[in-house]
Design a binder for this molecule. Structure first.
Ligand SMILES: Cc1ncc(COP(=O)(O)O)c(C=O)c1O
Length: 393
């Protein structure tokens, strides 16, 4: 087992790691939250698979992929999550997975309530609002207080559950894309359970940078992608349903290619990106070889702390994401308190310092700048970011 704490600080180790990636010259990318890079070896494998599938066509797919390889890939994915293979079904991305779970959850009655908060991903919000029209439920929307703490986050859910006793289903985002806040999923899920509320977990940003065990978290329904922190080709995601809860999600639009007892009937049936899927075994191998989410998360947290510690008390800067290690990961947001337009400051970071970030709005605490180091970011990048923030403040 690698010493992840040591390695997190080890620039030489991570420089060698970074050598496995091709990077176009250009701005210093601190907007690695959109999607991750594939390593050169993964790209080569992906290209080989594209050529192989293109030349062998349906002969390989029908004889080998459908019968053998797809079964093995699904098993490897389940192993990564430490869940049984029948608990996961591959999708094209996290949005597809989450939308399938939301639209096919069959325990809602007209008059029930569903819950979302300001930090959810917009696709999840709109899917939950869609339930109001198509299932006759009421959507309760809460805003988290700012600055948030572990206790305040759990308390705001507890208050919502007590105030709205007809809530039956809620969305919960493990790591919000707006500020990188890591939700206390286990505590919130336990509280939801006490109130008879089911949780659909959006894990898009959690997989690969946070270690978790779905059973231990107490989560029965979740959606993920594999292209953020795992390093897979774009177009891959999956949904998770705890096997004993499969009957609570209907087959997707009467999907019939798999029996109703098979979780794969809970996703839209279509021809997937087979070369990308065939690349997954190498992706998983590389993810494990580096030390998995423990090593990646430790490195990203280390890089995050370099800039956050340097600017935390600087006048004119507010780090929006809490500094409680239970509530942050590599993604963290800040705002310039003396400037109204954070997008203008994103532009200044790029034009004056060659630092590429993204402005994020939509959370109740206001608009902010999201800073996301990647696995090939360096300590020097973070020092430059801290210097730029202080000078611009
Ligand atoms: C929190 C969150 N949920 C869901 C998604 C959607 O993921 P995908 O692009 O795989 O559909 C994203 C994408 O950035 C996200 O940040």
């Amino acid at each position: 087992m690698p010493d992840n704490t040591f390695r997190a600080h080890d620039e030489a180790f991570w420089r060698t790691f970074a050598d496995r990636y091709d990077v176009q010259p250009g701005p210093i990318n601190l907007e690695n939250g959109y999607f991750g890079r594939m390593s050169r070896t993964v790209i080569e494998e992906y290209q080989r698979n594209i050529e192989m599938i293109n030349s062998s066509n349906s002969v390989h797919v029908r004889q080998r992929f459908e019968k053998l390889e797809s079964v093995e890939i699904r098993k490897q994915l389940a192993d990564l999550l430490r869940v049984p293979a029948q608990a996961v079904a591959l999708t094209r991305n996290a949005s597809d997975a989450l939308q399938s779970l939301i639209r096919n959850y069959n325990r809602l009655q007209p008059g029930d309530q569903v819950l979302i908060c300001d930090l959810e991903y917009d696709t999840v919000k709109s899917a939950m609002r869609w339930l109001a029209r198509y299932r006759g439920v009421e959507v309760i929307e809460i805003e988290h207080s700012h600055p948030a703490s572990f206790e305040s986050l759990v308390a705001s859910y507890r208050a919502a559950f007590e105030q709205h006793p007809r809530i039956k289903l809620m969305a919960l985002t493990h790591v919000t894309h707006r500020t990188g806040l890591v939700m206390p999923v286990k505590a919130i899920a336990a509280c939801a359970r006490e109130h008879g509320i089911d949780v659909i977990l959006d894990g898009a940003h959690a997989l690969g940078q946070i270690e978790f065990d779905l059973e231990e978290l107490g989560i029965s329904f979740a959606g993920y992608n594999l292209h953020k922190w795992i390093g897979a080709p774009l177009t891959l995601g999956f949904l998770y349903i705890a096997p004993h809860r499969l009957a609570d999600i209907d087959p997707d639009m009467d999907e019939f290619h798999f029996p109703a007892t098979d979780i794969r009937s809970r996703t839209p049936y279509s021809t997937p990106n087979i070369p990308a899927l065939l690349t997954l075994p190498l992706v998983f191998e590389e993810h494990r070889a580096i030390g998995g989410a423990a090593a990646k998360g430790a490195r990203l947290n280390y890089l995050r702390n370099l800039w956050v510690d340097a600017v935390q008390d600087a006048p004119g800067i507010e780090v929006v994401t809490p500094n409680d290690p239970r509530l942050y990961c590599g993604i963290t947001s800040m705002r310039f308190t003396r400037q109204a337009d954070q997008q203008a400051m994103v532009d200044r970071l790029l034009s004056d310092y060659n630092l590429f970030t993204v402005a994020r709005s939509g959370s109740a605490c206001g608009s902010c700048i999201r800073i996301t180091p990647g696995l090939i970011s360096t300590a020097a990048d973070m020092h430059l970011m801290a210097k730029a923030l202080i000078e611009l403040s």
